[in-house]
Write a protein that binds this ligand. Sequence first.
Ligand SMILES: CC(C)(COP(=O)(O)OP(=O)(O)OC[C@H]1O[C@@H](n2cnc3c(N)ncnc32)[C@H](O)[C@@H]1OP(=O)(O)O)[C@@H](O)C(=O)NCCC(=O)NCCS
Length: 172
Amino acid sequence: MNAVRILVHAPGAPGLRWLGLGPGFRPTRGLWKLQRLLDQHTFWARGRSRAQLRRMLAGSAAVVSLWRGQRLVGFGRASSDGVFRGVLWDVVVPDDLQGQGLGRLLVEALLQSPPLRDLERVYLMTTNSAGFYRQLGFAQAPDQRLMLKTAALPSGCPSRWPAGRSSSPDCS
Ligand SMILES: CC(C)(COP(=O)(O)OP(=O)(O)OC[C@H]1O[C@@H](n2cnc3c(N)ncnc32)[C@H](O)[C@@H]1OP(=O)(O)O)[C@@H](O)C(=O)NCCC(=O)NCCS
């Protein structure tokens, strides 16, 4: 079986964004694979178009992807000001490969990437994976509340959403 390769992309991930580059800087239809990974293995990032994903990558300070051969086996990204604050987003490993340490590899690579490694604080929001992040040194913020301002959702957005989550801010 192929070893897992970790790609720490340049800010904005231009190679992945424009050319779909994967390991070895080879074209692998990476953007299409990212779209499929998010569609099939997340509940908050389904239905994002490739044009939206390009804009999302362009606006991300840190982007990490994991590859086994030509298969995209993990993805995560973060926003960061480089000094004080950063936020992790869209961390995902396919269902059939979870529990093998890929998620840990992914988040550690993000945290060690230049835009995040010197930050005072790294934030994240999670629905079901607090235990996973606890193992990586995160703790529930004791005195802070998550505040949201939600943009008007495109029509049909809630219907893609599991019951009880129709008001999620991540429905995009
Ligand atoms: C959360 C996710 C990225 C974890 O990736 P993974 O490859 O399964 O995680 P790992 O195998 O590296 O797990 C590392 C450790 O965290 C634990 N862990 C993993 N997911 C967990 C969860 N949801 N709750 C509690 N602990 C968890 C593992 O048991 C493992 O512990 P161990 O080292 O004692 O064996 C993956 O399950 C996933 O993509 N889930 C769906 C998308 C998602 O919810 N992403 C998080 C968005 S905030």
